[in-house]
Ligand binder design. Structure first.
Ligand code: ZN
Length: 247
């Protein structure tokens, strides 16, 4: 049986209160709503980046297509000009003249078709550029949201860390008076019992598991010496006796 001065046993309640606050702070630090915002904005930005990369590729393909069409249009146009010059120069034999006229008709059809395609490409390009501009706006919005959430997180973390530092110093002071053996027992039980190692016995009830002591257990606690460290039979937590214990 571990024994410790009643004053040291009482210190465990201070220590427990500090440890509970520290655990709450750690939980709060890990579950700030800003962290969810940061995660979702980050995901959104990645998604938007992916879409932008994809559309940039499409745009660059379209630009190549546009250049190719413009080049073809130039080739057809210069050929038409050359044929027109030959026609204007006159003096061509009948068969050649007919051939030239056929070619000019076919060049005109080709030109019209190329121009239709060029127009279509230009429209697609405009649509892509509009969508890319929208994506850029959405990305900067998500970026601003992310930055704001990160700043809010840092502010919250700063406050939590300051409080944690303060409580850690208080904890060191509170545990200074507690014997190593009792402290070790408290830590062991605390680790095994969801963060609560010591509980007050109040009105015969264990404040750790809320069970009321009765019968032989109550008798044993009543008979225990003040220096005996008593534990709850139900939850095994250290039961700290105070004038409110109702013994
Ligand atoms: Zn209990």
């Amino acid at each position: 049986v571990v024994t410790a001065a009643p004053s040291a046993q009482l210190r465990l309640l201070d220590l427990q209160a500090i440890d509970t606050s520290l655990a709450q702070l750690a939980h709060k630090r890990a579950h700030l709503p800003e962290l969810a915002t940061i995660a979702s904005s980050g995901e959104r930005m990645e998604e938007l980046h992916g879409q932008t990369v994809e559309l940039d590729t499409d745009l660059s393909d379209l630009l190549s297509e546009q250049r190719r069409l413009e080049n073809d249009i130039d080739v057809v146009r210069s050929r038409e000009e050359r044929d027109q010059q030959r026609l204007a120069a006159g003096g061509l034999p009948g068969k050649e003249l007919e051939g030239l006229q056929h070619e000019l008709e076919s060049l005109a059809r080709r030109q019209a078709s190329l121009e239709d395609s060029a127009l279509e490409v230009m429209e697609q390009r405009e649509q892509l550029e509009t969508r890319l501009a929208q994506l850029a706006t959405e990305r900067s919005q998500a970026g601003a949201e992310l930055a704001a959430a990160a700043a809010a997180r840092d502010t919250a973390w700063g406050a939590i860390d300051a409080e944690t530092t303060e409580l850690t110093a208080k904890r060191a002071a509170a545990s200074a008076d507690v014997e190593a053996e009792l402290l070790a027992l408290y830590e062991k039980v605390r680790a095994a019992q969801g963060g609560i190692g010591a509980a007050m016995l109040r009105h015969r009830r264990c404040e750790g598991c809320r069970l009321e002591l009765a019968g032989s257990e109550l008798g044993a606690v009543r008979q225990a010496a003040p220096d005996d460290v008593v534990r709850c039979e139900n939850c095994r937590r250290i039961l700290v006796r105070t004038p409110e214990s109702g013994l």
